[in-house]
Each structure stands twice: as C-alpha cells, then as structure tokens.
Design a binder for this molecule. Sequence first.
Ligand SMILES: O=P(O)(O)OC[C@@H](O)[C@@H](O)c1c[nH]c2ccccc12
Length: 259
Amino acid sequence: MTILDKIIAYKLKEVAAKKDAIPTRLLERFPLFKKETKSLAEILQSSTTGVIAEHKRRSPSKSVINDRVLSHEVVTGYEEAGATGISILTDANFFGGSLEDLLVTEKHTSIPILRKEFIIDPYQIYESKAYGADAILLIAACLSSEELKQYSHLAKSLNLDVLLEIHKLEELEKSLLPNVDMIGVNNRNLKDFKVNIDTSKKLSEHIPDDFVKVSESGISEIKTISDLKTYGFQGFLIGENFMKTENPGESAKLFISSM
Ligand SMILES: O=P(O)(O)OC[C@@H](O)[C@@H](O)c1c[nH]c2ccccc12
C-alpha cells in the first residue's frame, strides 16, 4: 500500500463522518458560501512572479516542518511578501492542517486561496466553498476520468477555480477538461516522495496553452523559476522552502523580492 492509498482510505472514512456531522445543505448556509471568489488562474496570468506560497506544518515525507508558527502570521507574511496566491493544506492527519487554517487565511488576507486537500468526494468541494477557498486542487492520481469531469464541473458551478494535479503523461489525457483552469505538475512523486524538477519540464510541452501551467514542489531557487518560465510555467507552488524557516513570511519576502 502506498502512502497515497493510505491517505485515500483515510479520507473516505473522514468524509463519511463529516457528512454526518455537517450535511451539505448546512454547508450551503455558511456565510462564506456566498463569498465572491477571486480567480487564481487569472491573477497568475497577469503576475510576473507567480509564487503560490503554501502553509504546511508537516508532511508524510519530512514529518515536522514547522509546528510552531501560527497560521495567521504565516499567511499575512506571505501576502506582504507579494505572493500571488496562498495554498492551505487542510489535511490534519498527514499534514497537520485544518479547515480553521482556511478560515483564518480568508479572514486575514485578500489574495486567492487554494484549498489543498485530497478531494475524493463532492462533499469536500462544497466544504471548500463554505470555508472560504477561491480554488481547489484535484489530483488526477486519486480520481477517475468521470470523477474529474464531475468534480471540476461542480467546482466551476460554485465559482471555484480548479487546479488539476498530474505527475505523469498518462494522467494528462484525462485531465484536459473544459472546467479545469490550471494544470499543476507535481515534481514530487506521491508514491516515493522523490522530487525532480525535470518532471515539469518534460510534461510542459504536452499541456495545451489554454491551461495555466503551475509547477509544484521542490522549488527552492529563483533560477529554477526563471528556467521553468521558459517552459511556459506561470505558477510556482512553494511550501517547505518557506515553512522550514523561523519566519516563513520573511523568507518568502526575501525570495520574491529578489526575483
Ligand atoms: O513543500 P514543497 O516541496 O514546496 O511542495 C509544495 C506543494 O507542491 C506540495 O505540498 C504538494 C503538491 N501537491 C500536493 C498534494 C497533496 C499534498 C501536498 C502537495
């Protein structure tokens, strides 16, 4: 069983319990459900930097990255640093995140927020909207073609942008859907956690130009970004490189200001 299989099995149980606690019809009554969302894809297209800074306390590959920092300090720091968007990992069990982190971010910042979660049920898309997300992540490795189609359609009907994550060419075919705004190439293999930036470079030529291209994971140098830009990437998802430092907002500021 790979870690991804483990996460999916856990998510199925987690979502079943959540549906009992707060049914979809209640989520639809949350005040933020009516919030006007901001398009991450649009902002990335007009940004010259394109950094999506991620809040991530832990990960299955590295265990603790930063358990001390308060999320509101991190996210306001990210916004002040000039990040184009913020990614919030809401998974508690493997990444130490929460929906509370999403609420805090919504309250304290005004740039687009990506909810980073292992989405395996439409319920989580309603939940993302109810807790203030502007965009969601769908992972091709976790979902069938039919699910990807259905979930991206639902997200768009709620005005949420869709970032669809792929790691290999076979996953791209089922990901070229009308309701997908951005295609993210994860440089990290979720099966063995190995990171290779060449994954983005290799897959870039196969991604049609009508999708905003995002490169995810393992980015720690500005020259990597300049290089990826020549392959058509406009978004760069960075977590650990900022989170592992004492002051993630300050690290993001140093990084972005020297781009
Ligand atoms: O911390 P990094 O190496 O900068 O990576 C950030 C982000 O890309 C990574 O957290 C991520 C990419 N896709 C995911 C899917 C689920 C959980 C996490 C992720």
